[in-house]
Write a protein that binds this ligand. Structure first.
Ligand code: ADP
Length: 391
């Protein structure tokens, strides 16, 4: 059965077509600059990638082009072979604790949550509508970044603000990257050979979050109402004293949108280093002796260690620590500093094993108190699996 994984942004559409249940990737790519000038799309078949420049009016046209490509390249003979389309949706609020089949009620709930994820939920609905129009016989599903975290207890998801804020304004911790945390947690359980595990999953990319996962269920996570909570990220501050917000708004005469932009787009590694949000540039800066890069990296690593320590205590132990996403999969330097910072817990790095990028690898020594793994995430596959299972 062929299942399409879709991740729609306001001007982009990422896609991967899987043969399920074999989990074989048939085609993948991305449409970019939809509705803008210089639009283009990429298509990768059997490891060969082509980039084609063409006007892209809207998401519907992107789907039409995709279908033509699939037929032209003999990937499908007819549209009807695509039985399911799984759409990534950032925010499911408290409505959704799992992947669901799309109907009008689901769409209206996703739309209702646009205020909590303005850059993501709106485009996701656009993607769903376009898929429905172009591939009318497929079952559409929505896979939420927040769903995996819905198992958190009230004491973990509430903020200590007036209790009514949660009910009246939906102010609570929702968490993000749930599809990724779920994927690597289930992969780790396979590696460990059991389900009754205590895991700390570290999704460290440009956006970053850490989860505490017990017996396959999330019990706590570092992102909050929005993605700007918890860890220091590429451009996001993560946790700060909430009163900094009104104080700086008054000091600099900033509007709510302006302070939001500063805390989401001009803070984090970029804000402290003044150089870049990209951990590769920060590493280069460190080697070149840039003190602000050294400082940014120290703060970044400190915060990761703090969250791992916090969840170690909350889980009352840990069976594995997992690194994933851009930095977690590729930054030998950051992993080394984090693992060395956990030495008080008896965690030990295997330097040679850590010298790896983008592959499943145990990076701790055999006498480490907790095994540490790199597990590349695969959110597209998780979306396809959920969609296949629902169908
Ligand atoms: P996003 O949150 O945008 O999905 P990714 O998970 O793709 O982010 O991570 C992107 C980040 O991964 C980059 O900004 C960079 O900091 C980091 N990264 C990628 N490759 C490397 C590398 N070889 N060494 C260190 N960091 C890397």
């Amino acid at each position: 059965m062929k299942i399409l994984s879709i991740n729609a942004g306001s001007s982009s559409l990422k896609y991967t077509l899987f043969e399920m249940p074999e989990e074989k990737v048939l085609v993948s790519g991305v449409f970019e600059r939809i509705g803008m000038d210089k639009s283009m799309y990429s298509i990768k078949i059997n490891g060969e990638k082509q980039v084609i420049e063409t006007p892209l009016k809207d998401h519907k046209q992107a789907f039409e082009i995709l279908i033509n490509e699939l037929i032209k390249n003999n990937i499908v003979e007819s549209l009807d072979e695509i039985k399911g389309i799984g759409h990534r949706v950032a925010h499911g609020g408290s409505y959704f604790d799992k992947t669901v089949v799309v109907d009008e009620d689901v769409i209206s709930k996703v739309e209702e949550l646009i205020a909590l994820a303005p850059l993501h939920n709106g485009p996701a609905v656009t993607g769903i509508r376009a898929a429905q129009a172009v591939i009318p016989n497929a079952v559409n599903t929505v896979v939420f970044d927040t769903a995996f975290h819905q198992t958190m207890s009230e004491e973990n998801y509430l903020y200590a603000v007036p209790y009514e804020w949660c009910k009246d304004y939906k102010i609570r911790r929702y968490g993000m990257h749930g599809t990724s945390h779920k994927y690597v947690a289930s992969y780790a359980n396979k590696l460990l050979g059991r389900m009754d595990t205590k895991l700390i999953t570290c999704h460290i990319g440009n956006g970053a979050s850490i989860s505490a996962v017990k017996d396959g269920k999330c019990i706590n996570t570092s992102m909050g109402l929005t993605p700007n909570a918890g860890l220091i990220m590429g451009t996001r501050s993560g946790d700060i004293d909430a009163s900094i917000v009104p104080y700086m708004m008054k000091q600099m005469n900033l509007s709510p949108d302006e302070i939001d932009t500063i805390l989401n787009k001009k803070s984090g590694l970029l804000g402290i280093s003044g150089v870049s949000s990209d951990s590769r540039d920060i590493e280069e800066g460190i080697y070149a002796g840039n003190e602000r890069c050294v400082l940014a990296q120290k703060m970044y690593v400190r915060r990761i260690i703090d969250y791992i320590a916090k969840y170690y205590v909350e889980l009352e132990g840990c069976d594995a620590i997992i690194f994933t996403a851009g930095v977690g999969e590729n930054s030998i330097h950051t992993r080394k500093e984090v693992v060395n910072g956990l030495s008080v817990l008896g965690v030990k790095l295997d330097e040679e094993a850590n010298n790896c990028r983008g592959k499943v690898q145990k990076i701790s020594t055999d006498d480490s108190s907790i095994p540490v793994y790199v597990i590349p995430t695969d959110e597209e596959l998780m979306i396809a699996r959920d969609t296949f299972n629902l169908i």
